[in-house]
Design a protein around this ligand. Structure first.
Ligand code: 13P
Length: 287
């Protein structure tokens, strides 16, 4: 069922668990994530970065593919197709293409401009019944060639953006995309608690889910995080499983070169990663 992320996240916030956003790159990714969410009876958010959108031949291709999968794989759990770190133009393109949810990441603009653009998109999304994620304090690390500084958000700015009526809010709390460096000091729970207190019922989003220790994930959920984004971890799992298949020479045996066989271990590895995250986030059986 293709839906906006609003209801699933409102329930997650009230129920003290988080819904996973798993970024997709191709058909195998989308299929693996949808089948695992269905198996675990968990709501799920498919994240699409602008780079991945381009790679998959445009947003309407993705909407068509995911809608087809929902129908043909018999997916009954709530599924949102969500633009990840969207630009202002990208957000409009995804709304046009039929995404059920978008993120407008205005964190690199001066706060006044972030507010003005987010406010405009709140109205557009509300009119169409779509969910909207906004961001304050950019997330560090590298994603699709965009390097963020890894800021810690100002709770007052978070309140200003939350009050515009967005569905969910991503706030930088020392989290970064990709692998965490050895000298990472961890999530800033003091700031997260302050933001949580100021924004009330607003579901908070934790980006950079890859590599955050389990106890920190659980603590973040207890402090109001209701959506956690995971991307790199599925990529690493897929790559390792594919490497193993090739290194074992399986592509050279029989019809092992058939892409349906060659990509199967990677798909299973994505499924295992998603299963583990759904268990950790607590969203199993919440569909
Ligand atoms: P990771 O790649 O670190 O899991 O982060 C994903 C993310 O935050 C997507 O927005």
């Amino acid at each position: 069922m293709l839906v906006s992320a609003k209801e699933m996240l409102t329930k997650a916030k009230a129920g003290h668990y988080a819904v996973g956003q798993f970024n997709i790159n191709n058909l195998e990714w989308a299929k693996a994530i949808l089948l695992t969410a269905e198996e675990m009876k968990s709501p799920v958010i498919l994240g699409v970065s602008e780079g991945a959108g381009k790679y998959m031949c445009g947003y309407s291709t993705i909407v068509g593919m995911v809608k087809g999968m929902i129908e043909n794989l018999g997916i009954t759990v709530p599924v949102a197709i969500h633009l990840d770190h969207g630009s202002y133009e990208g957000a409009y393109k995804c709304i046009e293409a039929g995404f059920s949810s978008v993120m407008f990441d205005g964190s690199h603009y001066p706060i006044e401009e972030n507010i003005a653009k987010t406010k405009e998109l709140v109205e557009v999304c509300r009119a169409k019944g779509l969910s909207l994620e906004a961001e304050v304090g950019s997330i560090g690390g590298e994603e699709d060639g965009v390097i963020g500084g890894g800021e810690v958000a100002d709770p007052n700015e978070c309140k200003m953006i939350a009050d515009l009526g967005v569905t969910m809010l991503a706030a930088g709390i020392g989290n970064i995309h990709g692998k965490y460096p050895a000298n990472w000091t961890g999530l800033n729970f003091e700031v997260l608690a302050k933001i949580s207190e100021m924004v009330g019922d607003m579901p908070l989003v934790l980006h950079g889910g890859t590599g955050i220790p389990e106890d920190m994930i659980k603590k973040a959920i207890s402090l109001g995080v209701s959506k956690i984004n995971v991307n790199t971890e599925c990529q690493l799992a897929f790559a390792a499983a594919t490497r193993k298949y090739i290194e074992e020479g399986k592509d050279l045996a029989g019809k092992g070169f058939d892409p349906r066989k060659l990509l199967a271990p990677g798909v299973e590895a994505i499924k295992a990663t998603v299963r583990e995250k759904i268990n950790l986030f607590g969203s199993a059986n919440k569909a």
